[in-house]
Design a protein around this ligand. Structure first.
Ligand code: SF4
Length: 79
């Protein structure tokens, strides 16, 4: 039995209006971000487990490195 409300995963989200499509996020988090043919990010909506520290670090780098502040990391809590 886990602690209720504990963060167990995260999802990287993009604001498509704010995004300029230059693709820094793909360079910073290639495990999470693919690019479409115009350079805009394609990000899976599947949660990634928080214990995957390397991917979480990449996601945080992408959020910090986005010049348009178009990325955010949503926490998924245990229900
Ligand atoms: S780094 Fe930010 S602005 Fe650039 S493509 Fe990615 S989400 Fe869009």
């Amino acid at each position: 039995m886990g602690v209720k409300g504990r963060v167990v995963a995260f999802v990287l989200r993009v604001d498509p209006i704010a995004c300029d499509g230059f693709g820094h996020c793909h360079e910073l988090a290639p495990e999470l971000v693919e690019m479409d043919e115009w350079g805009y990010p394609i990000i899976s909506s599947e949660p990634v487990a928080s214990i995957d520290a390397a991917v979480l670090k990449s996601a945080r780098l992408a959020v910090r490195g986005c010049p348009r502040q178009a990325l955010r990391l949503e926490r998924v809590k245990e229900s």
